[in-house]
Design a binder for this molecule. Sequence first.
Ligand code: ATP
Ligand code: MG
Ligand code: ZN
Ligand code: MG
Length: 466
Amino acid sequence: MQLDKMDENEWKYHGEGNKNLVVAHVKLSRVLRLLKYPAKDSENPPQMAERAFRQIQNIVDFSSNVMSVLLGEKFVHSGEVVKLPLEFVRRLSIKVQDERPGWRCDKVIDIYSGCALALPNLTYPILHLSAHAPPLCVEIKPKWGFLPSSKHVSKDIKSRVCRFCMYQLYKVATGKWRKRTYCPLDLFSGNKQRMHFAIRQLIEEPQNNLKIFKGGQCIYSRKDSDDSLDLNSLLHHLRPYFLQANNRYSCHMTNKALLNDFIQVLMNALLSSHGGEGGVANDRQAERRNYCDASLFNRERSRHAGSQGLPSDCVLSRILQTQMLDMRDIEDLYPLYHRVEQHLQDFPKQRGDLHIEGPYDKEFLEMLQKCPAEDDGSVEYAATKIHQYLITKTAKDCSIMVALVPSGDKEEEDEGYSWLKGSRAPPFTSLVSILDLDPKPFDSILQLRLDQQIVSYYLKTCSALP
Ligand code: ATP
Ligand code: MG
Ligand code: ZN
Ligand code: MG
């Protein structure tokens, strides 16, 4: 990629979240992630070049120095900041505008700074491409996988119904989504039946928690809250992959069997240790209550199935452990946040020392490590605890990308045989990564108000339910 000779015709719209828009190169396995900001601010664009550069450099540093250490280097690709010609960015932003979903258009692309984050295209792992079929790729945004322990929460309901399910109910009530989707505690349970159930619910109601790509193109996602989803067309895309693995033994496969096999392949990738030591499930997990009263999974069934727990080195386990680094609830953080605020009003120059806006360098890591176990009343203690909480928040918002590459011919022969003998999965090589690991702004603690609204809405509408 030659930065001075960028041609917008070589890039196409790939996807976007709340804060960034991503374009993919048409041939190379590369993406550019561009910042967005609220359209209402477009009169006074906030992204001056230097500020945007700093912001993206912070993202790279936070991902490579903090999140990659916690989640495992093998899963994390931090990328690099690039400076693009402004003319290229301007033409690109016009080119992709028509493909953006309407509900995302309250934000516009930053066309003023010329800064972007360059990353490998994780939906299109070029090094591993197979000659006979394009890779499949599933993106899951799993959200919050545990219940806060009750000693930290003021409302008992928070230790029985997970945060995500409570928020789902609120979003359905306020019209954001038509129907609720899955419960993350089922996905993170490590119990195969519960995981299967969760993934099926995600496929049936993906919201913005599931997307499926084929050959780097998104073939299945919810674009708008009321558009229609085409499960049949998804199955049509999937069928050849599963028949191919299986063709000598059955030419006909029901949709149900197909979907089951696909979920099984995905589950294997999510549970795989990917070269790590694997083995034991984590202890803290075993002690916790890990089911949510709002989950639609029939709990009797899971009791009979027994709890299997997550293999310690799989991607789900790494994410869950990072989410649980600080079990504190947002309510506990509020007084600490005020301590820092107060202090900074008196000593504004200490923002840098406390790394309020980064940088996420060696000193930042030292600050995290040096934190006293008990609250000594200091501003350092308060700031460090908030930083720790914000790290767990990043882990609650990240996405998992599972690329499934059909194996080459020889392996296919071998594995096809074991598939016949009863191992359930057809031959894919899976490549798992974690993306969207941006640092959260310090003042996101102020979301306490929203948290309270969600809980009280849940109590009002659901306390009557059994
Ligand atoms: P959120 O609202 O979840 O915080 P965001 O605005 O931070 O999202 P990302 O999630 O990083 O943006 O990117 C938006 C989408 O672009 C992702 O959901 C994913 O589909 C795609 N994407 C991002 N990075 C990559 C990558 N390296 N390779 C392939 N696709 C990517
Ligand atoms: Mg995202
Ligand atoms: Zn739940
Ligand atoms: Mg993000």
